[in-house]
Design a protein around this ligand. Structure first.
Ligand SMILES: [Zn+2]
Length: 84
C-alpha cells in the first residue's frame, strides 16, 4: 500500500491554530487537517489543506475518502455542512 511521505509519524510536529469562533489556540498535529476546538467545539482547519492532497496519488487512501472530499471541497471553496 502506498505511503504518503507527508504522513510520516516520525516527523510529527505540533502547531497552534486560532479558533475562528473563540480565538483560543487549538493544538494540531502535523498529520491532522482539522481538530475540534476544546473550548467551543468549532472545527478548526489548517490554514491550507496539505499540499500532498493535490498531487499525491495516495491522498484519498491516506486521508480517507470522507476527509479527502471535505478537504477538496475546502480547496475549491464549496464546503458543505456536515451532519453532526
Ligand atoms: Zn473555539
Amino acid at each position: 500500500m502506498a505511503q504518503c511521505p507527508g504522513k510520516d509519524m516520525r516527523n510529527l510536529t505540533v502547531s497552534y491554530h486560532p479558533c475562528p469562533n473563540c480565538h483560543q489556540p487549538v493544538e494540531m498535529f502535523s498529520d491532522e487537517a482539522r481538530v475540534r476546538c476544546q473550548n467551543c467545539g468549532t472545527k478548526v482547519y489548517k490554514e491550507q489543506a496539505p499540499n500532498c492532497l493535490q498531487w499525491c496519488s495516495a491522498a484519498r487512501e491516506c486521508f480517507g475518502p470522507k476527509l479527502y472530499d471535505q478537504l477538496m471541497d475546502r480547496i475549491s471553496g464549496k464546503e458543505k455542512p456536515e451532519p453532526s
